[in-house]
Design a protein. Sequence first.
Length: 234
Amino acid sequence: MDYAQAAEWLERLTNPERTGLGRRFRKRMNLDATRRLMELLGNPHERIHVVHVAGTKGKGSVSAMIESTCRVAGLRTGLFTSPHLVSWRERIRIDGRPISEAQIAALADEVRPAVEQVEQEGLRGPSFFEALTAMGILAFEREGLDVCVLETGLGGRLDATNVVTPELSVITTLGYDHTRVLGNTLPQIAREKAGIIKPGVPVVVAPQPESIERLMRDVTQTAGAPLHLARPFT
């Protein structure tokens, strides 16, 4: 397919960013479809070096700063963020530049049959974000990048990006976002964001209220994940 056809196909997929998270979609939120999608694509997420970023405030900026710092240091980088300003090509960047229309078309050609296979197997059909996540991970794996920065789209525990095992997890300042999905209290939201914490993987956490810092200590201790609590510069 060409770029226009790829865009048309992606836009037909379920997109809670545009339609909102309906009750039926929320009840079926899990990583099963994304994991199966990755499996059908040859598990490219297992062959990339990831910094995984979640949070409420500043996670896009933090992701961009990490990518930029790595690139200036001479590393080849990938950056996956959301949402976008003009074109959703902006969500997948390699060495600081959005991937091309030709790359989008080629990736869609490869990912679409896997998406359709997941649907045929009776799993919840992969969403726009899940398909785009797969395309981004596949693009990064094909490029053999040194570091790939993945920003979560919603929450953390059940976010499509959470199929990866990163080399570093980052949680920015937390606040009240997506409360219909993540919970109505800050501890509930924090537990969802802390879902990106993996056993043995170092975690950097931005300054938080004391109760949330205690929660992060508990989660990382249980996971055996080294914790660094960042402090304000002032």
